[in-house]
Structure formats: C-alpha cells, structure tokens
Design a binder for this molecule. Structure first.
Ligand code: BGC
Length: 361
C-alpha cells in the first residue's frame, strides 16, 4: 500500500474550498526520480486567487489540486541515474513543465514561452503542487540549492520571475553606460527581490509603495542602499532622478501605476511588467503622447511570465550573493511562518508582511 502525506487541497473554481487532506506518495522510484520532503512553501497572490476560485486547474481526471508552487525541498532518496543528487541535498522544483505537444519553445526548455498554452504548472495548472509532506519528482524538474541558503531557498521561485523580467528588459536596454537607475513599483516579495537584484547590479534603485517611511518595508529598502518612496505622501515622479528611470520593474499589476511608471522612464528606458490582475480597470490615457514619447525616446514596455531553468540557476546564485552583499537582509523578507495546519492564517496578509511561508520539514 502507498503511504499518505498531509496536503492542502483546493477545488479550482470553487471559492474557499481549500482544506487539509492527505494524498498518496509513490515511493518506488523509477530511474531519474527523487523522493523529496518539502521544507517550506511560499504563499503568493496566485495562491490567494486560486483559493478565491478565480484561477487554477486540477490535474486531468481529478476534482482537487494540491496547492503551492514556490517551494524548497530536501532529497530523501535519489533513484538510479541521479548521480548529481544525494539524500539531504536541498532542491527547488521548477514550477512550469513543457506542453505535451513539445512546441518549439517547450522543446528547447523555454516552457516559460510555451506557444500552445498547454504547459502545466505545479500547484496552479493541471499538476499538483508542493503543500504536502512528500512527493516524487524527476531530477530534471529540480534545481540544486546551496545548503548555506537553508530555508531562504524558498525565495528562489519569486526571484526567478524577476530574473526573467530583468533579462527581457536588458535585452532591449542596450544604451552604452546604462542602466544606472531603477524603479520598482510595489514593495511586496517580488518588488523587494527586484530591488535587491537591481542593487546587486549596481543600480540606483527607487522602490515605491504606500506604507509609511518608518515601516519595515521602507527600512528594508534603505538597508539595501535603495530609496523608499511612500507614494501616498510624495508622488514617485517627484522623488526620483530628474532624467527618469532606465529600468522599471512593475510588481503590483495596478493599472494606474503601470502607466505612471511608463511615463517616468528615461530616454531608452524599459518597463518590465510582472504583476497579473483579474477584473477590469478603465483608464483615460493620452495615447498620442504615449506613442510619440515611446518612439522619440526609444522606450519599451515588456511583459514577463514564469521562468526557465537558467533563471532558477541564476536565482539560486543571486540569493547566495545577496547573503554576502546584504547580510541578514533576506531573513527579513520572510515575515511570517505557519505550519501546514495553519494554512488559513498563512493566507491572511498584514500590509507590513512581505513573504509568508508554510514550514513543513
Ligand atoms: C507563478 C508563475 C506562474 C504564474 C502564472 C505566478 O504566481 O510564480 O510561475 O507562471 O503565476 O500561473
């Protein structure tokens, strides 16, 4: 008989259907498989949306989905042909898996650019997630994390989102001697990780939120040598560098902020969008001005979703780099911890919270 493991299950499309249950763990490993125990899972806006019944898809033939996609796991047992791994190693599972058709993007490992839309995402779309005690994954579906990172390895997946967004922005921003200035809208986990990444690349960074200047988020930004702007007091356009921003990373998905960030770009500036919002928001925008400014100033706005293996590998290295460059700072990004049994509390967010994690192992 297969052993069971505790899990958080949700019925996609059904509001507040999340519950604790148990799911079986396959424990006879095929060659190439790893038996993993989950150490920690980060909770994000996507999980909240799935719990609201607004997003998510159960695996084919199932009514329920195991939730959780930002995870850190430990190898319990490595099957044959997994020479790179041994028991005790920390690993980060990759969220998105290629489409069954193996479209040209998925065929070369760029599932983040899947062309059929039939990709699968652990804990989100058609594949069970990581809010469970144990699971089996192919070794190809994980990235090793240095032991020194410990629990902080759970920040890898949100950082992959930023790694890819910044890569896309830098593919466009090729002006010599630049970028020098960065704008980050939103001081949530993606925003704070974006600010750290831009700071580690030497940019002068401005982070915009609506918390007071003495709030923990503001202090965190200042500790990394960034400028914090409480937009409810001072519009960030007034607080930033006079020439505007070379790179913008938008991490709120709030439409008015998107257009303000676009207008605040410098000559050759690029704004990368990472936030997703449901529903509708109508805005009046001077499209002529937007068009001519973007053309005459070589500006671009680019969307970015998910991440490929290379972004995970870079994220793991960058987290280790942040620990050296900004000692003790990453620890402050994790602001709340809950055991699996307190999943409902883990979904509640205080405005000063950055990343909430569920701890399992
Ligand atoms: C995840 C991504 C995923 C996206 C869309 C985000 O919360 O971090 O990996 O691609 O949701 O489902």
């Amino acid at each position: 008989m297969m052993p069971n493991t505790d899990a958080i299950l949700v019925t996609p499309g059904e509001k507040n259907s999340f519950r604790q249950g148990s799911v079986p763990v396959v424990d006879d490993l095929r060659p190439g498989d790893l038996l993993l125990e989950v150490v920690a899972v980060g909770i994000c806006g996507t999980d909240a949306e799935i719990c609201e019944g607004l997003y998510g898809q159960a695996p084919a033939g199932h009514e329920a989905l195991v939730l959780g996609h930002e995870s850190l796991c430990r190898v319990v047992r490595a099957g044959a042909d997994t020479a790179r791994f041994k028991a005790g190693d920390l690993v980060v599972p990759i969220v998105r898996r290629p489409c069954p058709e193996r479209c040209p993007a998925c065929a070369v490992g760029r599932w983040d650019e899947c062309m059929t839309g039939h990709y699968q995402e652990h804990g989100i779309k058609a594949l069970d997630g990581f809010l469970r005690g144990r699971l089996v994954l192919e070794a190809d579906a994980v990235v090793p994390a240095p032991a020194a990172l410990g629990e902080l390895g759970v920040l890898t997946e949100p950082l992959t989102i930023v790694e890819k967004a910044l890569e896309r922005a830098l593919q466009i921003h090729t002006a010599p001697g630049h970028p020098q200035t960065g704008l980050v809208t939103g001081a949530g986990p993606v925003g704070i990780l974006a600010a750290l990444l831009l700071r580690s690349r030497g940019l002068d960074v401005y982070v915009v939120d609506r918390r007071p200047a003495d709030s923990p988020k503001a202090r965190l930004v200042e500790r990394m040598g960034g400028h914090y702007v409480d937009d409810s007091q001072t519009p960030f356009e007034k607080a930033g560098p006079p020439g505007g921003f070379d790179i913008g990373l938008e991490a709120t998905g709030y439409a008015p902020l998107v257009f303000r960030a676009l207008s605040a770009l410098a000559q050759n500036g690029v704004l990368a969008l990472t936030g997703v919002t449901g529903g509708h928001h109508t805005l009046e925008v001077d499209v002529n001005l937007m068009n001519s400014t973007m053309v005459l100033e070589n500006q671009a706005m680019v969307g970015s979703v998910n991440a490929a293996r290379a972004h995970y590998e870079r994220a793991v290295q960058d987290l280790a780099g942040f620990q050296l460059q900004f000692p003790g700072l990453l620890e402050q990004v994790i602001t709340a911890r809950h055991p699996l049994a307190e999943f409902e509390q883990a979904l509640q967010k205080d405005p000063d919270d950055i990343k909430t994690i569920v701890t399992l192992g």
